[in-house]
Design a binder for this molecule. Structure first.
Ligand code: SAM
Length: 223
């Protein structure tokens, strides 16, 4: 029976990859990737040449069957998402669940590494009493309920957000009376930036620096 390695990759800076992740990507038989073009840049940087297959959110169920076939044949399969840890607001969970259910004898191993979630929390300077991670909020149905839950939370709430909706999110949080937030933008990249303060201060920051409404965001709402 084969092995499925779930491999974390960098969230920006290509140096943020573990020695074990590199060895796994070098030693496996095939790499399944959320987007083969994205992972090709990482593989080129580390001179790794491997057969690549695509497995994204739309094809996860179908491709899981293919992966199961390979594991039955004794292959070592690695899975990587576009950035960070697979299964964290990324494909991977359904693949793991399918393999666990249909092939209990297969080894599923985590190759841990970067995640925007833990990177942001590590420099937010919040207490260590726990947190709630919600990933991306729903865009329409369920959004208001989720926002109200965030405001009522006694723990910090961590969200992922895109540049298209970050200003809208700030407006919504401000209207619901949220006081303090930390926004981690473009972590590990050239334009990495932390904005910490009141919602009004964050809005003023983005109004003064429209260029900063770009890239990838983690938003931490303080209780
Ligand atoms: N699996 C990834 C992880 O472990 O963090 C998350 C993938 S999710 C599709 C992408 C979202 O993660 C982005 O929209 C952003 O909210 C957050 N993200 C990813 N990379 C980031 C970075 N370098 N800086 C800030 N946020 C980031």
């Amino acid at each position: 029976m084969g092995t499925l390695s779930i491999v974390a990759t960098p969230i920006g800076n290509l140096e943020d990859i573990t020695l074990r992740a590199l060895r796994t990507l070098k030693e496996c038989d095939v790499i399944y990737a959320e987007d083969t073009r994205v992972i090709s840049k990482l593989l080129a940087r580390y001179e790794i040449k491997k057969p690549l297959q695509r497995l994204d959110a739309a094809t996860e169920a179908k491709k899981a069957d293919e992966v199961i076939g390979r594991l039955e044949a004794g292959e070592h399969v690695a899975f990587v998402s576009d950035a960070g840890t697979p299964g964290i607001s990324d494909p991977g969970s359904r693949l793991v669940a399918a393999v666990r259910e249909q092939l209990p004898g297969a080894t599923i191993e985590a190759i841990p590494g970067a995640s925007a979630l833990t990177a942001a929390l590590s420099i937010a300077g919040l207490g260590s009493d726990g947190f709630t991670f919600l990933g991306f909020l729903p865009h329409k149905k369920g959004r208001q309920t989720a926002l109200k839950g965030i405001v009522a939370s006694e723990l910090p709430v961590v969200l992922y957000e895109s540049p298209h909706r970050i200003l809208k999110l700030l407006e919504e949080l401000g209207a619901l009376g949220v006081a303090r937030i930390t926004i981690a933008r473009e972590l590990t990249k050239m334009h990495e930036e932390i904005v910490s303060g009141t919602v009004v201060e964050a809005q003023a920051h983005f109004a003064a620096h429209p260029d900063a409404v770009r890239g990838e965001f983690v938003v931490i709402i303080e209780p």
